[in-house]
Design a protein around this ligand. Structure first.
Ligand SMILES: [Ca+2]
Length: 91
């Protein structure tokens, strides 16, 4: 559990290169590289752009840490509903 939280935090820090926000290209890279196993649209630029828009609560065109956590929460929720995320995401 602690490792999982650390991964979530470190992934954000690495992707944003220590900045406060992920810009569009960093967000796209994060999704396509890290979430391809659990997100069907992880390789579609337009889908990622739409997702970023949906997450962007303060409408600044970037993804901050709290907006990023909403994405994690959404994915965790979807995974718990499917109950099959662990086997499919393992690859
Ligand atoms: Ca934002």
């Amino acid at each position: 559990m602690e490792d999982a939280i650390k991964t979530v935090v470190m992934t954000y820090i690495k992707s944003s290169k220590g900045k406060e926000n992920l810009d569009s290209s960093s967000f796209k890279k994060l999704v396509s590289k890290q979430l391809g196993g659990i997100m069907e649209d992880a390789d579609s630029s337009s889908a990622i752009k739409e997702m970023q828009k949906g997450l962007d609560e303060n409408s600044d065109g970037k993804v901050n840490f709290s907006e990023y956590l909403n994405l994690i929460g959404y994915l965790a929720n979807a995974m718990s509903q499917k109950q099959c995320g662990s086997t499919e995401a393992a690859s």
